[in-house]
Structures are given as structure tokens and as C-alpha cells.
Write a protein that binds this ligand. Structure first.
Ligand code: PA5
Length: 451
């Protein structure tokens, strides 16, 4: 089994009776997902995706990835939010955060269009000079400002690099967008760019197992067949029982709602491996954008330990008791290393080295010590144990969190599949930039001179 939930560090905070009392809420929420009868049910395509994806497109994705690996020095994924976080999370999970420094047989992979920072764009352009660059622009709507601006700049760079030779440029630009509509689809049709589909019924933050995530992940040399199998195996496993004591996904969804009802306001995603820092970012978007509406929801934050034990660890241990932690532990590290014995022992660490404890063993002890200390300090903890950092496990983890998020959101009483709140800043920005037809909110207008 690639994923297992452990609730040891919830003891004294959540009782079996409390969990049992959630069964009817879980049943109702799960029925909304399975029967497609809840709010936002047009966006449930991810639910059956592991069994029911477009096999022909999958073959095209693998062929494109092979070609890109052979003819590209720098592969740039242009997208924001759900259009990049999943791919970024997967690649770091599978290859570690230093893959661009270490890997020799794949292109360098960069993510652009997820900010409006001109200096990071200039840095990227400087790195691309004289290199064979391929762009994958990912946008379901095709009109999102940040990737739109980045694509304009990077496309111009590629066009200039190839002196306007349309055939060569065509080889360098791949579009992932709506199957038939939108600005990007229109451009792809006009220019003959290869394009992949963001399915109509899958929102950005649920799209990592579609072409959105799969193409960049395959370019990184990862096994996307194993990833889809992992998701399908997880789906099968979670379909066996709806009981909150047997189904880890439903149990997690129920526990988060119990803790929220008891006054916990923050859920902290904790990993003891920096390879999971982008998984944490993906998870924050998934839960934050899906649940944070109608004045409700746990605020999802993340820490990477042990580094954050030397910063946020203080507030977790002794700040306001409004939080709980969700630890995502990896059982089998990808590699391990011995700690050398030092004759002088000035740092007094020989007591570890002499016992033959490896670095990853010490890390696992740090995790146990943290869970115990935080539990005793008033911060309950849930642990999600992962077998390893493989493609199969990643696919399973994605599916686990997507289903947990949908069920949890329905228990909370929100539509987990919309994001009306992200429009606020957009309409103000458009109005301030002078887009025709946009009005700057009159209340906020008073801040104009201060902004
Ligand atoms: O999850 C979501 O729906 C969002 O994060 C979108 O993915 C994000 O806003 C980017 O949208 P688009 O793919 O239309 O450019």
C-alpha cells in the first residue's frame, strides 16, 4: 500500500465517537461526488480520469516529450496556479529540488508566467540565449494575464531566435488549453502549434493528471504510465469502503472538519523533505482555492522541517492554539548517507555516528520528536505515510488529496470547484491598467494615491 493515514497524534483531541458521528456527513458528501449531484458537478472529470483518460492523447504526450528531450536545452512551462503547480510538484517530488543542477539527460525545466517579476523574466531570457528552447504554454482560459505576458515575451524571443522561420518556430511551441475555444486555441490553429487539451470538466487545480501536468512530467523523464496506475489503484482502493474508519481519504476529510469545528483555523502541511515543498504549494492551492469561500475554511499553510523548526517551530509549539498539522512522511528515502565519526568530536555528535545512525534515520527521529512535542504543546497531528517518492505513489497521493478536498468541501458546505474570489484583484488591476469596460471599485479608489 503506497499511502496510509496514522492518527496516533490526534489522541485526546478527536474521539472515535466524534469520527463516527461524521459518517452521515461523509456519506452525503461522497454521494455528491460519485453521483455528480453537488454544486460544481460539471467539474468532476478528475474523479474518473485515472480509468478514463484519452489514450490517444497520452501517446501523443509521450511522443512529444521524447522529441523535446532530444532537441531541447531549456523547456519552459508557462502557466499559473493549477496550470503549473501540479507539474512542478511532481517533478520535484520525483527528482528532488536540485534536478536542474544534477540531471544531465533531460532539458533544464523552468516555470514562467507565474509572477509578474520582470527581473526573473530577464534572468530567464539571459539563460535562454544561444540555447534550444521549447515553450509549453498552459492556460485553460487562454486569457490569464501573467502567463499571457510571459508567453508574449518568450514567443517573441523564440521567433527572433529562429529569424521568423515559421517551421522552426512551430517545433518550439506547444499549447495546452481548451479543446476548441479561447485565444490560445485560436493561435495554435492559426500557427499550427501542437496542442493538448485541458478537459472541459477539470478545473486547473485538479488537472495535474491531464496533459497540463503530464507533458512537463514526461519531459522530465518520469514514468507517466506508473503515475496514472498509482491514481487508478488509489481510486480502486478508496472505492472499496465508505466507512470513515476504513477509508483513509474520507477519514482525513472528516477529521479536518472535526478539528475546524473545534476551533482549529489553520492546517499546516509538514514535510521533512524539501522534495515535497512544491507538493505543499500544490496542496495549499487545492484546499485554499476549493474551500476558502463563504467566510469559511481552514487556512492551509506549510512548513518544511527541520528547517522551519528553527523559525515557525516556535509559534507552532507555543503560539495561539488554533492549528493542527498534517505530516506527509516518506518511508523509504530515495538515497541515504552515513554520518562520519570524527575523532575530535568537537560538535559532540559521535554518539549518533558511533551507533551507525544514518542521516535519514536521524530525520525520521526528528519527525517523531516534533510530532510528540507539538501534540503535547496543543497541536494535534495527522500523518500521511507514503511508501516512497515514486511515480506510482505520487499518482495515488494526488488522487487521495483531490477526493479528500471534494468531500471535505461538500461537508463544509461550499462549492469546491469554483473560485469567484480570485476575480476581485483582477477586475481592479484591469481597470487600473485601463482595460476597456472595467470599472475600478469606488471604495478602493480612495487608496489610489497610496498604492
Ligand atoms: O485552479 C484554478 O482554476 C486556477 O488556479 C487556474 O488554474 C489559474 O487561475 C490559471 O488559469 P488558466 O489555466 O485559465 O490560465
Amino acid at each position: 500500500m503506497s499511502l496510509k493515514l496514522d492518527t496516533t497524534f490526534l489522541s485526546d483531541y478527536v474521539s472515535d465517537d466524534e469520527l463516527k458521528s461524521m459518517q452521515e456527513h461523509v456519506d452525503a458528501a461522497a454521494a455528491k461526488v460519485i453521483n455528480r449531484s453537488g454544486a460544481g458537478s460539471d467539474f468532476l472529470g478528475w474523479y474518473s480520469l485515472p480509468d478514463d483518460y484519452d489514450r490517444d492523447e497520452f501517446i501523443r504526450i509521450k511522443a512529444a516529450a521524447k522529441r523535446i528531450r532530444a532537441n531541447t536545452d531549456i523547456f519552459i512551462v508557462i502557466g499559473i496556479g493549477g496550470s503549473y503547480l501540479g507539474a512542478c510538484a511532481a517533478i520535484e517530488f520525483l527528482k528532488g529540488s536540485n534536478y536542474n543542477l544534477i540531471e544531465k539527460n533531460i532539458p533544464k525545466i523552468y516555470f514562467a508566467g507565474n509572477s509578474l517579476s520582470s527581473s526573473s523574466m530577464n534572468d530567464l531570457l539571459a539563460m535562454c540565449k544561444g540555447k534550444r528552447v521549447t515553450l509549453n504554454v498552459v492556460s485553460k482560459s487562454g486569457t490569464t494575464t501573467e502567463p499571457g505576458i510571459a508567453f508574449r515575451i518568450l514567443r517573441r524571443f523564440v521567433e527572433e531566435q529562429y529569424g521568423g522561420d515559421e517551421d522552426k518556430i512551430r517545433e518550439r511551441i506547444i499549447v495546452t488549453t481548451d479543446k476548441s475555444r479561447g485565444a490560445l486555441k485560436t493561435l495554435a490553429n492559426k500557427k499550427g502549434y501542437e496542442s493538448f487539451v485541458v478537459p472541459d470538466d477539470i478545473g486547473g487545480r485538479f488537472s495535474v493528471l491531464s496533459a497540463v501536468g503530464l507533458l512537463p512530467i514526461a519531459v522530465a523523464g518520469c514514468d507517466i504510465d506508473a503515475m496514472m496506475r498509482g491514481a487508478a489503484d488509489m481510486k480502486a482502493k478508496l472505492s472499496k469502503s465508505g466507512c470513515v474508519f476504513e477509508n483513509d481519504c474520507y477519514k482525513y476529510a472528516a477529521l479536518r472538519n472535526i478539528l475546524y469545528a473545534k476551533g482549529k483555523l489553520l492546517e499546516i502541511f509538514v514535510s521533512f523533505d524539501p522534495a515535497l515543498s512544491m507538493v505543499a504549494e500544490w496542496w495549499k492551492q487545492l484546499f485554499g482555492e476549493s474551500e476558502g469561500k463563504d467566510g469559511k475554511a481552514l487556512f492551509p499553510i506549510s512548513v518544511i522541517d527541520t528547517t522551519d523548526l528553527h523559525s515557525l517551530g516556535q509559534i507552532i509549539q507555543q503560539g495561539r492554539r488554533i492549528m493542527f498539522e498534517t505530516f506527509v512522511d516518506v518511508k523509504n528515502e530515495t538515497s541515504d548517507i552515513d554520518i562520519p565519526i570524527d575523532e575530535e568530536n568537537l560538535d559532540q555528535l559521535n554518539y549518533i555516528a558511533e551507533k551507525g545512525y544514518t542521516m535519514s534515520y536521524v530525520n525520521s527521529v526528528a519527525a517523531k520528536a516534533t510530532k510528540t512535542a507539538h501534540w503535547a504543546g496543543g497541536v494535534p497531528g495527522i500523518t500521511i505515510n507514503l511508501e516512497d517518492r515514486s511515480e506510482h505513489t505520487f499518482g495515488g497521493l494526488v488522487y487521495f488529496f483531490e477526493l479528500a478536498c471534494a468531500v471535505s468541501g461538500y461537508i463544509l458546505g461550499v462549492n469546491p470547484f469554483d473560485q469567484p474570489g480570485v476575480e476581485g484583484y483582477k477586475s481592479n488591476m484591469f481597470a487600473l491598467l485601463g482595460k476597456t469596460g472595467e470599472k475600478y471599485d469606488t471604495i478602493r479608489a480612495k487608496f489610489d494615491d497610496k498604492a
